[in-house]
Design a binder for this molecule. Sequence first.
Ligand code: GCU
Length: 718
Amino acid sequence: MEAPGRSGLGCNRFLSSHLIALERSDVTLNRPSHPVPADPAVHPAWLPEAAFAPLGSRRVALVLDDASPVADTVRAEVTAALAAHGGAAVEAAEAADVVLALRPADAAPQFQSDGDLDPEAFTYARAGGVVTVTASDARGLLYGLFHLVRLGERAFTGADVVERHAPHTPLRMLDHWDNIAVHPVMGQVERGYAGGSIFYEAGVVREDLTRVAQYARLLAASGVNRVAINNVNVGPAETRLLDDLLPDVARIAAAFRPYGITTHLSVSWASPVRLGGLATSDPFDAGVQEWWAGAADRVWAAIPDFGGFVIKADSEGQPGPFAYGRTHADGANMLAAAVAPHGGLIHWRAFVYNHEQDWRDRRTDRAKAAFEHFAPYDGTFADNVIVQIKHGPLDFQVREATSPAIAAMPRTRVAPEFQVTTEYLGHQKHAVYLGRMWSQLLAFPYWGQDGDGSRSGRTMADVAAGRHPLGDGTRVGGLAAVSNVGDDVFWTGHPFAQANLYAWGRLAWDPTADPIAILDEWIALTFPGATALVRETLHAILDQSWETYEMYTAPLGVCFMVQPGSHYGPSPDGYEYSPWGTYHFADRDGVGVDRTRATGSGYTGQYPAPWSDVYESLDTCPDELLLFFHHVPYSHVLHSGKTVVQHVYDTHFEGLERVLEAARRWTEAQDAFPADVAERVTERFAEQVRSATDWRDVVNTYFLRHSGVADAHGRTIY
Ligand code: GCU
């Protein structure tokens, strides 16, 4: 988001005319210390104290006549940085190396632009060696402050520059799948691979929420501004968050608030029954409507800046409006009416499909479900409903097509949903960097690159920002993702999985950012003073790690060759005869799912042109999604020139080789890393090598036994 600034109208001119007038005696940098106590037992992730040295060793003028909690945070962050690194707070701009200033509401028109209305935007300028960051709101100033931290010394050196930075969308959300009561199968955090919950322990909300405050700080420094604090599968204990546990929710919201982060709750559709003792949850029932209105009143009375509700309804056994013959629009709009008086939002998840499918039934295609359940209701959802749609039509696979439902609702606010926690990508035991995968998905041009000029080039990220080519530009959605954080000392189990959390926030702020440059930022922040060896090792391990993981797991977009339940490790037929709708139909002749209009499920018809035709045809379907869209013989020749089965063998041998090479690079460089990081990563690599070997041998053997085709290179397959 390095948009060029308004040259000639840079901040310095603005400041020289306004700064002194703005300075007031109540502007002080001697306010209390850092709002979040550092805990030496917890890894600082991308905010180690050293990251603040470039800023904290300079002379800083802060012009911030604002009493908001975020303004207090900006003051406290600057104060702490100066105290730690020997800089000084100065009152006059002339004496400062760095000026952080709220732009006055009455600034002359030439100093305002439309973008100034965005409270999260900031302007960063460097002129004559002085850096200024200005914003119209303390939230923008906080993001500007972290921008300086991210740039480090580079913020203060080089040619004069004026840049405006604004987030791509106002809703940049992380969903926690944390349970209060430990679930007998899913544990404390569903699909969590980093220990327990930072919010809950032993059936209650934690007394000490220091970790939550530290987390808020990390998230603000990456760009996230909303968090839903409990699992979308809402059990009886979690239902109480809306009720007697509300004071605890208010405590969590208080920990997030100073960093500009809004708290949301996942709620159960059955809450009126479970909590209110009503006989029904029918959205058309007046008593139900009244109950939700009352619940919303109570929540906002306790937390005036509360964000809203996330809801998983009629999905994998969760209750929903279908039980009453109502649609998802009926359900969402009823909840939307309850929260609207408070400015609240409803994130209504589109993960609705038949999870009790008969595998013998070849007509039902799970991939079609979200589109079928939601697209017909486009234009009927209330203004404060966001339809949250997984990026692919199945479930966060290493490679699946982009969800056509995301492109199908020009008159609906849509939030594509991603998964930072690596449910299907190695459980944070494997080193897998997802920045490049998300970046590609966000850039997916749903209407092609060159066809109709008005549509071409519009991407998934555009839709999220309300720029659907058939929309009127007002249906601004957002971006959501499932968090990968737990109470682990490294936050994410694998220390390198921190990079995914960081990258998620940065891409939500700017989906066009280069994911490898983001990785570079993460390296520089997390490993201050990183040597060339550290940087090169991390890039060698992580840059291509998504493709590496794809190579040794399920091939060519075929999906779901995982162990049922855990979703870790290979099991090619694990889901083949299950009720979950995730089949690949491998037999002695071929493999893959025929989703064509001509002979298959017709799913390709859910895409706009050109993709409806590109995917339909074997000639044009991209290799990496071949088995997602087509059932082909093992001898089918890919665009790459290889047969399907030889491709499977080659990628699986190469995938493991790449893991071994990464492990070798790690072993060579590990002494250059902090000892605690080295120890954890070494342990994780041992498991990644074991698991990747397992994947290689199980998948290769499966394809050899099914196809009877030998490896062209005569390698060992069992
Ligand atoms: C996946 C995941 C579940 C989760 C669900 C969801 O199916 O395995 O644990 O509840 O997604 O997104 O709701």
